[in-house]
Design a protein. Structure first.
Length: 79
C-alpha cells in the first residue's frame, strides 16, 4: 500500500519522521529481538546438552528451528 503525498506530509508533520525511517526502526527492533531470543534459546539448549539433560538431536532441532524462523522472517519482512 502506497501513501498519497498528503498522507506522507501529514505523517511527517505529526511524527517528525518519514514512513521509511519508521519502517527501518521497526524492522531493526524485530530482528534484534529475534536474534536475542535465538541466542538465549541456543545457549539454553547447549547447556542442557552439555549437562546431558537433552539429546544432541534436541539441540540440533532448536538450532534448525531458529534458522528456519530467521530465514522465514527475513523473506517475508525484507522482500
Amino acid at each position: 500500500m502506497t501513501l498519497a503525498a498528503d498522507q506522507v506530509a501529514a505523517f511527517q508533520a505529526n511524527s517528525g519522521f518519514t514512513p521509511p525511517t519508521v519502517s527501518t526502526v521497526v524492522l531493526g527492533f524485530v530482528f534484534a529481538v529475534l536474534l536475542l531470543w535465538g541466542v538465549w534459546a541456543l545457549r539454553t539448549a547447549y547447556v542442557g546438552w552439555a549437562e546431558n539433560r537433552t539429546t544432541e538431536r534436541q539441540f540440533v532441532g532448536v538450532a534448525v528451528r531458529f534458522v528456519a524462523m530467521y530465514l522465514t522472517l527475513s523473506f517475508f519482512l525484507l522482500s
